[in-house]
Design a protein around this ligand. Structure first.
Ligand SMILES: C[S@@+](CC[C@H](N)C(=O)[O-])C[C@H]1O[C@@H](n2cnc3c(N)ncnc32)[C@H](O)[C@@H]1O
Length: 358
């Protein structure tokens, strides 16, 4: 069985190691580009999917089965009919009221076609999506918002050069509902303070954390220029933002933001700080070594409410597995490590979801 996998270019080796730990005979058939490969495993789709989920993979961002391949013509009218025809021939069409998504990616590559394709992924999605909607299906769009829905019936179409690759799975098995970061980042059109905002928004969605609108108290360390603070404010939080760097002036005007313009080390152990603040959530996007992140998060535990959550990025400039291992070992003194993933909006880092231990 073949799959298309997506990973950060800097973590390709780590993603492959994760796959090898599931099936040591796994092999790469084609590297489409620096972050997408076609792989082949000995396992059936069902077995492979359940092993991937059980193993809690960190470095694979998205995975899509490939059951049908063939050649496109390069002509939109012909290709959209061809791809729909292939889907109807090989998979059960959507049922009345069923949530579905057509996820198409077009990747440049060597082609025997005379010219690059003059149509987009969207053209294919709209055509096939309209057909399925007419059958009674409920379309779900990953480019309208960051969503995390495990139950969507996903038809994945990947086009590379003049070849197409199609597969069908529940979104749960794709690991990530969205299949590419461009779509995720371009979805909102809201005013952003920094691109880092997408990281927190994606983590909240991926980990199904509903912050609601009532808010509470949040601590944001490594906050500048303030993207994460901005997200927390949108959920009604009062935010203590710690960073020696400057926050966006819009945030400084907000009465719900207090900026501690210093390193967290200079205040974290201050008694007054720990006593006065019991935060509902701590977020940490500091660019420091993994062990420093873990040490600081542990020092901050008394400031977090019992069972409180923390969302923390661990920067991995060196050996990624070791960086994660060192940080996790330390963090486990004070937190349950609920999740660790290299999300679409992470570059050379992983996002972790922690819960304070009693
Ligand atoms: C990736 S940026 C954070 C981006 C931020 N989350 C946002 O949404 O705009 C990392 C920040 O960590 C801050 N930082 C690094 N070491 C720190 C420390 N010891 N204490 C507080 N902030 C620190 C840096 O000044 C930098 O602004």
């Amino acid at each position: 069985m073949q799959y298309i996998i997506t990973y950060s270019p800097c973590f390709k080796k780590n993603a492959l190691r994760e796959l090898k730990s599931i099936d040591n005979q796994i092999r790469i058939i084609t590297d489409f580009n620096e972050s997408i490969s076609l792989i082949e495993t000995i396992f059936s789709q069902e077995d492979f999917q359940s092993k991937i989920l059980k193993n809690n993979v960190i470095f694979i961002k998205h995975i899509a089965p490939v059951s049908v391949t063939g050649e496109i013509t390069g002509d939109l009218e012909k290709d959209k009919q061809l791809l729909l025809h292939e889907i109807l021939n090989h998979f059960t069409p959507v049922k009345n009221g069923e949530k579905f998504a057509i996820q198409t990616r077009i990747c440049d590559g060597e082609t025997s076609l005379n010219a690059p394709l003059d149509y987009s992924a969207k053209d294919i999605e709209v055509y096939i999506g309209t057909y399925f909607t007419d059958l009674g299906g409920m379309p779900t769009f990953s480019d309208k918002q960051i969503i995390n829905d495990d139950e969507v019936n996903v038809f994945s179409i990947f086009i590379y050069g003049n070849r197409f690759y199609i597969g069908n799975s529940l979104s749960l098995f794709n690991l990530n509902f969205s299949c590419d970061d461009y779509r995720i980042s371009s979805h909102r059109g809201k005013r952003e303070i920094s691109r880092a905002e997408n990281k927190l928004t994606e983590a909240l969605s991926k980990y199904k954390i509903d912050l609601g609108e009532k808010g509470g108290y949040a601590l944001d360390i490594g906050a500048a220029p303030g993207g994460w603070t901005n997200v927390l404010l949108q959920h009604g939080f009062i935010v203590d933002a710690v960073d020696p760097g400057n926050l966006n002036p819009i945030l400084l005007e907000n009465p719900n933001v207090k900026h501690y313009k210093c390193k967290i080390e200079s205040i974290a152990q201050a008694e007054e700080f720990a006593k006065n603040h019991k935060y509902d959530i701590i977020v940490d996007d500091m660019n420091v070594d993994p062990e420093v992140t873990a040490e600081i998060m542990n020092i901050l535990t008394p400031c977090l409410k019992d069972n409180g959550l923390a969302i923390v990025t661990i920067k991995l400039p060196g050996n990624p597995e070791k960086g994660i291992q060192d940080a996790v070992k330390k963090l486990s003194d004070c937190y349950y490590i609920l999740k660790i993933n290299n999300l679409f909006h992470n570059r050379q880092e992983v996002t972790t979801l922690l819960q304070k231990k009693w």
